[in-house]
Design a protein around this ligand. Structure first.
Ligand SMILES: [Ca+2]
Length: 325
């Protein structure tokens, strides 16, 4: 898949780390990576990305540290989901390499990047680049975004996984953290937006069977992936209790890697076109909520994932992890 050249914007994050390993295993040409604060603060996210690249011998990929805070709001780290370091289970040594001196915003706005971006964190870096350079949004032809929740998710029936402060409403984490940034991206001139939403990613589960298949590969990257994925946070333990065969079954959703899978293997997905808008109003409106704006079909027509072949995806996860060292 060397012809698939991407820039990857992320907040690693256990599930971003898995998405990165999946992309590299699939042979995607990851040209550059920018880091945004999200799951944990931007410094920890940057360190985690450096550790992963060093572990798989890909320190040649430059990493740019980006926005520490959302555009207008306070950050919302999630230590109960991914651990204090953001990448619980990895236990990798401190990196010996460092990020680039240029910030993510400055780097992205040079537009010296591929025309395809995958984004699996709050969209702050991308929004800043759109604002800083008028031609950025026209340069980017495709953006694959893990985020949003246009339909109720299957566990609690909410419109996301974060209850928006001061509101009764819910929103998906990446959009809830920086709704203004998401709104800028969805209102921009980026030609093709592909949305991989929470209501789908929550239905693709890790557990004993995949864990065993990864460990059986015997490669150090596959075992690292299994170590990360089997370190399940408190919230997922509760949310997926009914799916477990026993208490230690590491059942969890994998979220970000589904965006990479849609990039590499779109043939296993079903999609629909929806006019998506992101709420940016103040309470009682739920900022960050994903709205299907049926009154405004001209505005923001987005390709949204509806479903996928789960067995096939899990097979690909194992195959691609096996390709790495
Ligand atoms: Ca993420």
């Amino acid at each position: 898949m060397k012809d698939l050249k991407i820039h990857y914007d992320c907040d690693p994050g256990q599930d971003d780390a898995i998405a990165l390993l999946f992309a590299l295993g699939a042979g995607v040409d990851v040209k550059s990576i920018s880091i945004v604060g999200g799951n944990v603060d931007v410094n920890k996210c940057t360190r985690n990305a450096l550790q992963i690249l060093e572990f798989v011998g890909r320190s040649d990929i430059p990493i740019y540290k980006g926005a520490p805070q959302p555009l207008k709001r306070l950050s919302q780290p999630l230590p109960l989901v991914f651990g204090e370091c953001g990448m619980a289970g990895a236990n990798l040594p401190e990196p010996t390499i460092a990020e680039q001196s240029l910030t993510a915003e400055a780097f992205l706005s040079t537009i010296d990047i591929p025309k395809t971006i995958v984004a699996t964190g709050p969209l702050t870096n991308i929004a800043l680049a759109i604002q800083r350079n008028d031609v950025f949004a026209k340069h980017v032809k495709n953006i694959f975004i893990m985020g949003g929740c246009p339909y109720p998710e299957n566990i609690h029936g909410h419109m996301g996984n974060i209850q928006v402060k001061g509101s009764e409403g819910w929103a998906e984490y990446n959009f809830a953290v920086d709704p203004e940034a998401a709104n800028i991206v969805f209102s921009s001139d980026i030609k093709n937006i592909f949305l991989i939403p929470l209501n789908v990613t929550r239905t693709i589960l890790y557990g004993y069977a995949v864990d065993k298949a990864l460990r059986d590969c015997g490669t150090k990257a596959a075992i690292l992936a299994a170590d990360i994925l089997s370190t399940v946070g408190e919230e997922d333990h509760i949310d997926y209790a009914s799916e477990k065969t026993d208490q230690s079954d590491p059942v969890r959703a994998m979220h970000d890697v589904i965006a990479m899978a849609y990039l590499t293997n779109p043939e296993i997905f079903e999609t629909e076109r929806l006019p998506i808008r992101v709420e940016i109003g103040e309470p009682p409106l739920a900022a960050g909520q994903t709205l299907i704006d049926n009154k405004n079909f001209d505005n923001g027509s987005v390709t949204v994932i509806k479903d996928l072949n789960r067995e096939k995806f899990l097979e690909l996860l194992v195959i691609y992890m096996r390709q790495l060292l």
